[in-house]
Design a protein around this ligand. Structure first.
Ligand code: FEO
Length: 398
């Protein structure tokens, strides 16, 4: 097997996953895949940084054995305990019983809870260092990026930051490891945004805190545990993460996410009128049928666009269930500070608008208009729908 080098003595020993359908059992990756990046440093002390999901373990362990014998591994650094990075630890422990596990103090109970491991652990404090021969690597706690126990590891010799989930993205590696080797950055940036919106968005403040904390470190290369290694433009992925994390305060960019669901076509007729109103104001709506799109793909639009149009009928005195699902996911991911409008049809009872407001109440969404209509959308109502579209487009353009 070909060695994949980050630098002369740092190697990528990760796994590409193209067969898992749902990441975290939730988020579709069947068309994009994901990588579990793991790194080996060959020095006077041999080090593994982050591991992989318990998946394709022969492939994973073969790569490590090409770099150094298992008996010669001195340290296993676990930046983060989620099982996509630790799933092979019990097997690795059997292969390398003398290797010390390096992690934050908060990771120690998780090692016991997930894997029954209680010995051979070296908890490290924020800023603590470890001499491994020709360099002294350092550990920097970044709580809640993505779990409370998370840290990053820095190698001052090569200026590589091993950032784990931070600055990661969906997308299995497609024959290239580095950002300067792969020509389609649109794919990785889009999949990094989807990953951010699905996995990290709830922790926007910790992300901004981590970026601020790491700004004092000279970084030549960002080696996350998912997706590309950013060697040419490490600042690019940091800036993208900063921008996405700041949307919670700025509200996002000019644009409207138009979510709709329709039982018999009446709310869909109104949706078309709202879309025409949005377009007439010079804004391209991003339209999603909530019954036919997975929340994974709607959350990035909701994060980025300043405006949201929620179009859904009343269903059993409440909100159309698929709309309820995406709004609950939006609340879970703390996608805040939007301008919003509601429209939708009702039959024997209203209820959808009330539930929409209730679900988004913790998110500081400002509802600037609504249009509940009984039964079908007559021409008068459709005209009002057009005006509602203009209203949200103008609010989302400021
Ligand atoms: Fe990639 Fe939070 O684990």
């Amino acid at each position: 097997m070909r060695e994949i080098k980050i630098t002369d003595d740092i190697f990528w020993v990760g796994v590409n996953d193209r067969t898992t359908d749902l990441f975290e059992g939730l988020w579709p990756i069947e068309t994009t895949g994901i990588s579990y990046n793991s790194y080996a440093i060959k020095d006077q002390k041999n080090v593994l940084i982050d591991l992989a999901k318990a998946f394709k373990t022969d492939d994973y362990f073969d790569q490590i054995s090409n770099i150094f014998p298992f008996a010669d591994i001195n340290y296993i650094i676990l930046n983060h305990m989620e099982p996509d990075h630790t799933g092979v630890i019990k097997t690795l422990r059997m292969l390398s019983p003398r290797a010390e596990i390096v992690c934050t103090p908060k990771a120690v109970p998780l090692l016991k809870d997930y894997y029954g491991i209680t010995e051979g652990i070296r908890p490290v404090n924020d800023g603590e260092t470890l001499d491994i021969g020709s360099r002294t690597i350092s550990f920097h706690h970044v709580p809640f990026v993505h779990w409370p126990e998370t840290m990053v590891t820095y190698d001052p010799k090569t200026k590589v930051l091993f950032s784990c989930d931070a600055f990661g993205g969906y997308g299995a590696l497609q024959g290239a490891l580095f950002d300067d080797e792969y020509p389609n950055m649109v794919f990785y940036e889009k999949e990094s945004l989807r990953y951010y919106a699905n996995i990290v968005a709830k922790f926007a403040t910790p992300v901004l805190n981590a970026i601020k904390k790491l700004s004092s470190i000279e970084i030549a290369c960002i080696a996350p545990s998912h997706g590309l290694v950013w060697r040419k433009s490490p600042a690019r992925i940091v800036e993208l993460y900063r921008t996405w994390a700041e949307y919670g305060t700025t509200g996002g960019e000019k644009g409207v996410t138009l979510l709709y669901g329709s039982m018999y076509g009446n709310t869909e007729i109104m949706m078309n009128a709202v879309a025409e109103g949005i377009s007439s104001a010079g804004v391209c709506p991003e339209i999603f049928d909530v019954a036919r799109n997975h929340p994974s793909y709607m959350l990035p639009a909701l994060l980025v666009n300043k405006g949201v149009a929620v179009g859904a009928p009343t269903y059993e005195v409440s909100l159309f269930p698929y709309m309820r699902n995406i709004l609950e996911k939006t609340a879970l991911k703390n996608i805040k500070n939007k301008k919003a409008v509601y429209f939708g049809s009702y039959g024997w009872s209203k209820g959808a608008l009330k539930k929409t407001r209730e679900l988004t109440e913790p998110l500081d969404w400002q509802f600037i208009g609504d249009l509940e209509f009984a039964g079908g959308a007559d021409s008068f109502a459709v005209k009002k729908g057009f005006e509602l579209g203009r209203l949200i487009a103008e609010a989302a353009s400021r």
